[in-house]
Design a protein around this ligand. Structure first.
Ligand code: FE
Ligand code: FE
Ligand code: ZN
Length: 284
């Protein structure tokens, strides 16, 4: 069975997201740990988190993904901004301890003219400070489109972060289909080659989640504009090859397409149907 869900708003709490996912036909979902612009967060409600955990067990959810606010920049030039990123991530990780089955995904950061090498070093430094032994939530680096000075535009840059911190072997990766295509990896024409490269540079065992997005722009554009499934430059055929690939199909797939809830429900149905059709007879 395909494990698929979409990005949901956390404004009504944890259990509400779990229930909403079920009504959409999802068995996983993603949410921002707080307002995507960063900043303050609602007081933590442990009972609500526990209610979600029960619901997830009862309905056999796949792992879910918490997304750090994308305005956090672990490798900002300004020390105050770096410190803010660190405190926010630490607080999020402490809260997520209440939800087994969640992973924390984050955008590595933007080096803002300091150079990718400095960016990698600062990101690694922050991870070593926030991922202490009492933290059990897997932390995922997201593959980035390479917009501006984003770090993580290549598999090598993600590898460099892992190699630069003590907690490197505890880090995983979330692959975003729109981002990697935008970064210049041809997941449409050369999926096998791209996955082979991922395995050589990072290793498949590190891949824990997929963001499933079509792209408004052609390969290598470095623009990071998501499109609805089947309506962009990746297309439904290539997306079906991705979700059914033997090395990927067990992973949780999260939609971050420009949709309201009804659009998400439609895309979940569309991809479930495409998956079942492509694997007809193969899976017992
Ligand atoms: Fe993201
Ligand atoms: Fe993404
Ligand atoms: Zn994006």
């Amino acid at each position: 069975m395909l494990h698929i869900g979409c990005h949901l708003s956390c404004s009504n709490g944890y259990l509400a997201m779990g229930r909403q996912a079920l009504t959409l036909g999802a068995d996983t979902f993603q949410f921002f740990t707080r307002n995507p612009r960063g900043g303050s967060v609602k007081p933590f409600d442990a009972a609500d988190a526990e209610a979600l955990v029960s619901l997830m067990q009862e309905h056999h959810f796949a792992p879910i993904v918490a997304h750090a606010p994308y305005t956090l920049n672990a490798c900002a030039a300004d020390e105050g901004l770096r410190d803010f990123a660190k405190r926010t991530m630490r607080e999020d990780l402490e809260r997520l301890e209440y939800i087994p089955g969640v992973m924390l995904n984050f955008h590595p950061g933007s080096h803002v003219k300091q150079g990718a090498e400095t960016g990698v070093r600062l990101i690694a430094q922050m991870l070593d400070e926030v991922i202490t032994d009492d933290i059990h939530t897997p932390v995922l680096l997201e593959t980035m489109a390479g917009k501006g000075s984003e770090v993580g535009r290549s598999f090598e840059e993600l590898r460099a972060i892992m190699d630069s911190c003590r907690v490197g072997d505890r880090l995983g990766v979330c692959l975003d289909t729109c981002h990697v295509y935008d970064a210049g990896y041809d997941v449409v024409g050369r999926l096998e080659d791209v996955l082979g490269e991922f395995d050589r540079v990072i290793g498949f065992e590190r891949l824990h989640a997929i963001h499933v997005n079509d792209s408004k722009n052609p390969m290598g554009s470095h623009k990071d504009r998501h499109e609805k499934i089947g309506e962009g430059s990746i297309g439904l055929e290539a997306m079906t090859r991705i979700i059914t690939h033997p090395r990927l199909r067990h992973l949780p797939f999260e939609l971050e397409t420009p949709n309201e809830l009804d659009g998400y429900a439609r895309e979940i149905r569309l991809l479930r149907a495409a998956y079942d059709e492509a694997l007809k007879g193969e899976e017992a």
